[in-house]
Every structure is written in structure tokens, then in C-alpha cells.
Design a protein around this ligand. Sequence first.
Ligand SMILES: [Zn+2]
Ligand SMILES: [Zn+2]
Length: 186
Amino acid sequence: MVKKSKLNRSEFSNNVKPSYNSKFSNNVKPPYNSKFSIDLYSLQFSQASYKDFVITGEFTDNIGNSLIKLDNTYPVKLEFTATNAKLGYYLKGKIFYKLQGQCSRCLAGLTDKTIINEFTAFFTEQNNKNEDCETYQLWGNIINLEPIIFDTVGSNIDYNPICGEGCKGLCSNCGVNLNTSFEHNC
Ligand SMILES: [Zn+2]
Ligand SMILES: [Zn+2]
């Protein structure tokens, strides 16, 4: 936790990208018992070559920094369409999640509204780079959605969040919240 007094602004100006967990590297099989691992085998034989999914689960890994991060106390939801494409599966959909964090200026807690991000992904067994979207490892017909959560949430987080455009921040002398102390003179 960040102390309210003696605030060092430089602590909050780091635009650190999340470091992706090595377990998502392409050399490691996905956890088959995870809610985020899905077998798309049935798509091989269905009349339509696509299927809609709604997957909700607890995501326990950290995404974010000390100031703002994925709120692990809420489940992450993915709604998407998986399409049986040449050499793999194409996914297009949305991720629903909440963030937990503080304003980078005044340290007030941020409202916990649900955030929605769109994503596209291509899962393939070979190294077929797809120009239009991120490419992920396919294991037989099994896909793991966790790298999509990491990439999508990680690249959409504002790592220097503010509670509002007009936030006055904290007094650099005494650390009082200038949004709530109107007659401050320091
Ligand atoms: Zn603020
Ligand atoms: Zn002051």
C-alpha cells in the first residue's frame, strides 16, 4: 500500500507493462482443468463452423501495478464467437472485468465499474502469424483464454489513472487532499 503522506509522484509515473507469466509461453501446455481452457473439437463436425461461448471464471494472476490492477475478487467474463478457420480457430469477442486501484494524483479509490474490452485472437498449432490479430498456441483443439486476458487487459489498463480530469491531487507540502480541503493554504 502507498502511504498517503510523503507522496513521491515519480512512483506513479511509471508506464510499466505487465510482465507476462512464463507459464503462458508456447512451450507449456495449458491447464486442462482451468475454466479458461476450452476444447473446440465439436466445431470440427458442426454444421456451422462457428459457436458462441460465455466463459466466466476467477482469474488469480496479477495484471497491473501497485496503483491499479485487475480486481481478482470479481470473476472475469469472456463472450466470444469461435470460428473454425483454416489452420486454426479465430476468436472475436469481449472481456468483462473490474479494476481495483487509486487515483494517481489524490489516491482516492476508483469506482469499480465493469470494464469491457474487445479482442480478436487466432489459435494455431503452427507458427502462422495472423496479420489482423494476436496469435496464440493451439493444443490439438484446445485453446487457453488466459493469455488473451493478460494481453487484452494489460494493454488497456491506464497505469496512471485519475479520479477525474479536475483532480487537484495532494498538497506537496503536507499531503492533504486538495479536492476536499477548500481553504487550504500551505
Ligand atoms: Zn484524484
Ligand atoms: Zn499543505
